[in-house]
Design a protein around this ligand. Structure first.
Ligand code: FMN
Length: 202
């Protein structure tokens, strides 16, 4: 079943997948998002961080670029270029320890760097540089939604990821879904996740 066609202008999305296993729900949700966007005439590119072997460790070369103005590592530039080509950045990830997986956090650490994502100096203060990028977050968690609210985990994730990362760079978070999978996963779940993005595409 396809989602209903909407009169949106064509957009380009970078869909970032942060899960190593082909059999995972995270991958099924990613596949559904890509399929539905393309069925509506939008274009997509998948950044399969595990499959592509992205190195998430902020290493010496990253630190030299950050602290001493050394050139940005080429693999980071490549990631920045594919984000620059996109209108929408869609992150699909499992919740690990009430946050994003280290693979995705490392991608953020290395790619969303000073000079490209934001600029801070004495004269201008903080300049947010990603205002044109619309962000969609699809997190899949194994615990039930009551636990997320009762313990404050949902709020903590929103503060850290939506405010602390994307608002800091000026990128509006237009979708933020937490899909809890503690009950038998419904076959319509991936399509519902895709629909929530498509509704907010324009
Ligand atoms: C290392 C690890 C940490 C996890 N931590 C959490 C957690 O803090 N909260 C939660 O709701 N689920 C947690 N889970 C469960 C995953 O979120 C769950 O496996 C995922 O949502 C299911 O989707 P998948 O089939 O794509 O893995 C964790 C799983 C792993 C492997």
């Amino acid at each position: 079943m396809m989602v209903q066609r909407q009169e949106n202008p064509q957009t380009h999305s970078l869909v970032v997948l942060a899960h190593p296993a082909a059999s995972s729900l995270t991958r099924s949700v990613t596949a559904a998002i890509v399929e539905e966007l393309e069925a509506l005439g939008h274009t997509t590119e998948i950044a399969d961080l595990a499959g592509e072997g992205f190195d998430p460790v902020f290493g010496l070369a990253d630190h030299a670029a950050y602290a001493a103005g050394a050139p940005t590592p080429e693999d980071v530039l490549e990631e920045q270029r594919r984000i620059d080509r996109a209108d929408h950045l869609i992150l699909v990830y499992p919740v690990y320890w009430w946050s994003m997986p280290a693979l995705l956090k490392g991608w953020i650490d290395r790619v969303f760097v000073s000079g490209w994502a934001f600029q801070e100096d004495a004269q201008n203060g903080l300049v947010k540089k990603l205002g044109r990028l619309k962000v969609h977050l699809i997190a899949l968690g194994g615990a039930d939604s009551v636990t997320y609210v009762k313990r404050g985990y949902r709020k903590a994730m929103q503060t850290q990821i939506e405010q602390g990362i994307f608002d800091f760079c000026g990128a509006p978070v237009v979708t933020s879904e937490l899909i809890t999978t503690n009950h038998p996963a419904s076959p319509s779940l991936p399509l519902a996740a895709a629909q929530s993005i498509i509704e907010r595409l324009s």
